[in-house]
Design a protein around this ligand. Structure first.
Ligand code: ARG
Length: 574
């Protein structure tokens, strides 16, 4: 039950009845809990357009709301705020309902959609590095949030497996090893290993800059690969498999998973038809040898043309993405959105992709195309995060580093030697540290801060949940009972849960997670305040004790659910 939306819809009815514009009927949470839990400022807007006194309008609205008196104390405060204070009996009813509800009060969408979520963005032949962290963490959380709210979500890693980097890697492997077995079936095939790949791509990418012959060979190989020329295609298949296993292992450690392991290569067969369509519609034309499409008409701002095919006919990144949109729409007739989570620096790329797709009407206008670009992970010096010697940090090394830190924290707090537990805590440190920021903002990766058990951190939220779990087990808690609310600490808890429930809607609408992070923290700190001020286990009065335990159970479930959405596990103990 989203109390804000509930009150808004009640007010809309009243506004309509009184002949007021119901778009003013919005209710929001108030930041003055002593005066109001919720508030409507709509009387000002109505009065302004009707040239009357807002106080009179506010009074007329409140007069119609007496049927809500069992739930709220409703009053008008000068100059014309309509204030709603939740009554204790209503708080008590809500708390009991939430404690009993699997979804802890979060309603499913009335009209769920079908989305493809394109995240992860791993590349074949390259291990995941710190630059891949945010797409994985944000994408996984958006996937969980959307599914929880009722949307159907198909997560696709969309591997970078078809561009020049493939040609470069194959060329390098062919120079460094005997790869003739892939071209001549009478010879044995050299097995491609992770170690070989770790060297091949960085080496090739450096060589390309100085060795023209090599660069042009790599470019030819890319084209041959795209034409599935045997030998090259066989090397590529094997190196793709080795890479996928490597990348999957790291995603597993992060608790991130995908429904589809498609890639740029998956639409190879579709590209010629899409290109033909773009030509037939008069959109694609040759410029300096390459096939391009202008997108300025769509974007209404200066924008370079989208390069679809290279002059040698090789497919470019843009066309693989465009064809992938067509493919997804073909495969999923109910598709309503495609959501991309990538680095902010790909904004231009996606404008071009969407621009071509829309102009050529390659998919129905009802399919929304959305790109969320995330900011950079910075080090404590405010510059992009690097290893100590200035290199790019592999994601595995980053996970190891934070796990070691989490292990140290555990030893500080208890003397717990459990490696598995350290990993669970490290994940929450990393994920909350990331998701509590607005997606588009850069943030500083501070493993010392992220791993503390106090303050706005993942481990603090886990710790609060674990503490409740142990309290409930010590108390022999079996099931929820009736709740009576009398104390400010109790009110604060239920109120914080009401705001938490609303944050799911906010996050869903914005495709963000930071509000959910903030409200989970508020619930945990409201609970900690309650826990510190009140003797729960030693309470003699059964009714009070039952209330305390039911509230505790509600908070536990709310935290566990919210953390799950963020991709964070609640451990058994800490
Ligand atoms: N592999 C790309 C990169 O590393 C990211 C892929 C993003 N998704 C997409 N559909 N283009 O830059």
């Amino acid at each position: 039950m989203n109390i804000k939306n509930y009150l808004t819809s009640e007010l809309e009815k009243v506004f309509e009845k009184l002949g007021y514009d119901k778009s003013y009927a919005k209710v929001s949470f108030s930041d003055r809990e002593d005066i109001a839990h919720l508030q409507c400022n709509g009387a000002f807007g109505v009065a302004k357009s009707a040239h009357t006194n807002p106080m009179i309008i506010a009074d007329s609205i409140v007069n119609e709301l007496s049927y809500l008196n069992d739930k709220f104390d409703i009053s008008v405060a000068k100059p014309a705020f309509i204030n709603f204070l939740i009554k204790d009996e209503y708080f008590a009813r809500l708390a009991h309902d939430f404690a009993d509800d699997e979804r802890v009060g979060v309603d499913k969408l009335d009209h769920p959609g079908f989305m493809v979520l394109d995240f992860g963005g791993a590349n074949v032949a390259k291990p995941l590095h710190v630059g891949h962290l945010r797409s994985a963490v944000i994408g996984e959380a958006l996937k969980r949030l959307n599914s929880f709210m009722g949307n159907t979500v198909v997560g696709d890693v969309h591997l970078g497996d078809w561009g020049l980097q493939m040609g470069l890697t194959i060329a390098e492997l062919m120079d460094d090893y005997d790869m003739t077995g892939y071209f001549d079936s009478s010879k044995p095939k050299t097995k491609i290993t992770e170690e070989m790949l770790e060297v091949a791509y960085p080496k090739a990418s450096a060589r390309k800059k100085t060795d023209e012959e090599f660069a042009s060979r790599a470019s030819d190989i890319t084209l041959w690969l795209q034409n599935k020329k045997s030998g090259y295609y066989d090397i590529w298949q094997e190196l793709r498999e080795v890479s996928v296993n490597m990348v999957k292992r790291t995603y597993d450690r992060l608790g991130v998973s995908f429904d589809l392991w498609n890639g740029e290569s998956s639409v190879n067969e579709l590209v010629p038809a899409v290109v033909k369509d773009l030509k037939d519609k008069g959109l694609a034309y040759i410029s300096e040898g390459a096939l391009v499409v202008d997108v300025e008409n769509y974007t209404n701002q200066p924008m370079p043309p989208a390069i679809i095919l290279k002059s040698n006919g090789a497919q470019m990144y843009i066309i693989t993405d465009i064809a992938t949109i067509v493919d997804r729409a073909n495969k999923y007739p109910k598709l309503s959105r495609i959501v991309y989570v990538t680095d902010d620096r790909q904004v231009l790329h996606f404008r071009q992709v969407f621009g071509v797709t829309r102009q050529a009407k390659l998919v129905d206008d009802s399919v929304k195309l959305e790109h969320y670009g995330f900011g950079t992970v910075n080090g404590k010096d405010g510059k992009p995060f690097k290893t100590r010697d200035g290199g790019t940090m592999k994601l595995d090394d980053l996970i190891d580093m934070v796990t070691t830190k989490a292990h140290e924290r555990l030893l500080e707090n208890s003397s717990n030697e459990n490696k598995e537990l350290a990993h669970i805590i490290a994940m929450s440190a990393i994920k909350y540290g990331d998701l509590s920021n607005q997606i588009s903002r850069d943030y500083i990766f501070d493993e010392d801060k992220f791993t503390t058990f106090e303050g706005k951190t993942g481990p603090y939220l886990q710790y609060t949940a674990v503490r409740i779990k142990s309290l409930l087990s010590k108390a022999g808690f079996k099931s929820n009972s009736n709740v009576t609310i009398t104390l400010p600490e109790e009110r604060k808890i239920v109120y914080s849960v009401l705001k938490l429930i609303d944050s799911y809607t906010t996050c869903l609408n914005e495709s963000s997670l930071n509000t959910l992070c903030a409200e989970l923290y508020n619930v945990a700190s409201a609970y900690s305040n309650f826990y510190n001020n009140i003797k729960i286990l030693t309470e003699k009065d059964d009714e009070k004790r039952n209330t305390y335990l039911t509230l505790s159970n509600m908070v536990f479930k709310a935290l566990e659910r919210g953390l799950y959405v963020l991709g964070i596990e609640v451990p058994e103990y800490m």
